[in-house]
Design a protein around this ligand. Structure first.
Ligand code: SF4
Length: 285
């Protein structure tokens, strides 16, 4: 068994002091340790942004991909070896900007992975530009007169794309977030976990205080997470009260379970030496 402490690497952490990424980092390591997952059975995949340093700081297998492409790579890893626990990390720009097309397809296919989106509502790594989840009116160097567009609603996106699990956590409550991460890992199917992650350097609106005054837990109000219409209603609750917890969760067959080629043995453990592909090669000549 590996402890949360042992899941730290020797890499020097370069996030700004107080960054919400620390809460996610703590919750992730605790969750992996409490589920007794061996580091070699876990793969973290990250995109580009402040969140992406996670793969340097957690002592598991990891894959650093190009901007917006976390889900194609994480999906491929899962299909190559479905015995692995695959966790994708993306920023809100990564996941809901350049990578948003991949989200719908991973949801509808029900790829059995966890997708943790570090949602700080700003492009932090590139010094604070307006992001797809920035609130309307948000002022930055790319929207000096205030953002005109409505923000992406990640929870509604996940629900509309038929994700089998959709949840939201808060980086300022690592204990609750640990439980959510564990529930997402245990879930059989695609789990979207959007995390409210304060960027203390560039986002002066969506701060720890902003969230602490507003967040409440869905489980405290007996939310029925099997009811999709109720989940949609909760997805649009944003103002004086902001819900966190599991919005929606149902069981349905995962993508790899529908592939007869890998139903018994993962692709990565299949012998390929004896497979005759000469007919296939000939078909291209
Ligand atoms: Fe965190 Fe923002 Fe600093 Fe990036 S810029 S490390 S998101 S506080």
């Amino acid at each position: 068994m590996v402890s949360a402490k042992e899941l730290k690497t020797y890499a020097k952490i370069t996030w700004c002091p107080g960054c919400g990424n620390f809460g996610i980092y703590t919750a992730l390591r605790r969750g992996l340790a409490e589920l007794n997952l061996e580091p070699e059975s876990v793969v973290l995949v990250s995109g580009i942004g402040c969140h992406a340093k996670m793969v340097d700081y957690v002592n598991t297998n990891s894959f650093y991909v190009i901007h917006g492409r976390v889900l194609p790579v994480a999906s491929a890893i899962k299909l190559a070896n479905h015995e692995l626990t695959v966790i994708g990390h993306a920023g809100d720009g990564d996941a809901y900007g350049i990578g948003i097309g991949h989200l719908s397809h991973a949801c509808r296919r029900n790829i059995d992975i966890v997708y943790i989106v570090h949602n700080n509502m700003v492009y932090g790594l590139t010094t604070g530009q307006t992001a797809p989840t920035s609130q309307q009116g948000y002022v930055s160097k790319t929207s000096p007169f205030g953002e005109l567009a409505l923000p992406i609603n990640p929870i509604a996106q996940g629900l509309a794309s038929d994700a089998s699990m959709v949840a939201r956590g808060f980086a300022g409550d690592p204990k609750h977030l640990t439980e959510l991460i564990k529930e997402c890992i245990r879930h059989k199917g695609f789990a979207l976990l959007d995390v409210l992650q304060p960027c203390v350097t560039f986002n002066r609106i969506n701060t720890y205080r902003f969230y602490r005054e507003r967040v409440y837990k869905l489980e405290d109000e007996n939310h029925d997470y099997t009811d999709k219409m109720k989940a949609f209603q909760k997805a649009y609750e944003w103002g004086d009260r902001i819900p966190i917890g599991v919005f929606y969760k149902v069981e349905r067959p995962t993508y790899h379970e529908g592939l007869p080629q890998i139903s018994k043995v993962p692709l990565s453990r299949q012998r390929i030496e004896d497979v005759d592909i000469s007919d296939l090669i000939r078909s291209f000549t």
